[in-house]
Write a protein of this length. Structure first.
Length: 333
């Protein structure tokens, strides 16, 4: 985790992992450190199942230099690919073997990386190199599991993951700040998949200043949807950047929402890999801690924050309810 270091100040840096792990240590969560050497050829083989070969070659080429800029948000250093492959391959291998929820504290994040890098016309690939959630799906598939669900609760739309599986019968629930108001400006409610994947994609959107009150109402509908789908395996893109004042978004989520997310995932009782996506300051401490309290069934009562624009509350709930009802018909019947 000490690799892939930005030259200048950048929100995605090794310090994130230290802040997060220190907090978990203090709270008495068991943190297991994994050290491994990546098999680059093997990782490339797996990566080429969801990324274009040309894209992987492009990243390889950039990584010969000490420091490169992939785009305005995304940097690449001489050891970045080693870390990206390690995270990618470890996600795949964990999915092959795990039977209970595992929270894989890893970087760089991956959910903005599509088949060829930038996905769904996003302006950049938002700190992401290889799609780790995608690798996890492949791992679950390779052990013969077919009813797979992905929950992405990073505050930004998981456009890379959405693009990669858009025409597959994988249930994807992506909760994010409304694309009119936040990067990557993708993931509208009307986008519900295509081909085999039609009706399996829920883009749930939240206006700026949404608080726990609204988020929790939508989460209870998400829970019903996922329970009805009854996944054999679950992939979670866990971003904690929707936490109030984490820095990169305008949502006002606090412990109450993250605890509820953890509890929801716990209740599904499926083999689950939770991968770290975003989260840059307070989300990595208070957000992660409350999420894990929910995931591990610790009883804590958190007060719910309120949505600032009260007049928008019912509208936000209604838009997302409509999406979930549409998906319900197709994905559950
Ligand atoms: Zn994010």
């Amino acid at each position: 985790m000490t690799k892939h270091v930005p030259l200048e100040k950048h929100p995605e840096n090794p310090g994130r992992i230290k802040v997060l792990v220190d907090r978990l240590d203090k709270q008495g969560f068991r943190v297991e450190y994994v050290s491994r050497n990546v098999d680059v050829q093997e990782a490339q083989k797996i990566a080429s199942r969801i990324h274009a070969r040309g894209y992987i070659q492009y990243l390889e080429k950039l990584s010969r230099y000490n420091y490169s800029i992939v785009d305005e948000d995304t940097y690449l250093t001489i050891d970045s690919m080693e870390l990206a492959y390690t995270t990618f391959q470890t996600s795949y291998e964990l999915a092959l073997s795990l039977n209970e929820p595992v929270f894989y504290v890893s970087r760089p994040p991956g959910h903005h990386a599509g088949r060829g890098g930038k996905a769904m016309r996003a302006p950049s690939q938002g700190f992401c190199l290889l799609n780790n959630a995608g690798a996890t799906v492949l791992g679950f598939k390779d052990r013969g599991l077919t009813r797979i669900a992905i929950i992405d609760f990073d505050v930004h739309h998981g456009n890379g993951t959405m693009e990669i599986f858009y025409d597959e019968k994988i249930l994807q629930v992506d909760l994010h700040q409304h694309p009119d108001t936040l990067y990557p400006y993708t993931g509208y409610p009307f986008e519900i998949g295509e081909g085999e994947g039609y009706g399996f994609k829920a883009n749930l959107v939240f206006n700026p200043f949404t608080g726990d009150d609204v988020y929790l109402r939508v989460l209870s509908m998400v829970q019903e949807l996922l329970e009805g789908f009854n996944p054999e395996a679950l992939v979670v893109s866990a971003g904690f950047d929707g936490f109030l004042n984490d820095g990169l978004s305008d949502l006002r989520l606090t412990e109450a929402s993250y605890e509820a997310l953890g509890r929801l995932i716990r209740g599904l009782e499926a083999p689950t890999l939770i991968i770290l996506e975003g989260g840059y300051s307070v989300g990595l401490t208070r957000g992660v801690e409350s999420f894990l309290n929910g995931l591990t069934g610790r009883e804590v009562n958190y007060a719910a924050s309120k949505t600032l624009r009260a007049t928008e509350v019912e509208e936000i709930v209604r838009i997302n309810e409509k999406t979930i009802l549409k998906i319900r018909k197709k994905a559950i019947g």
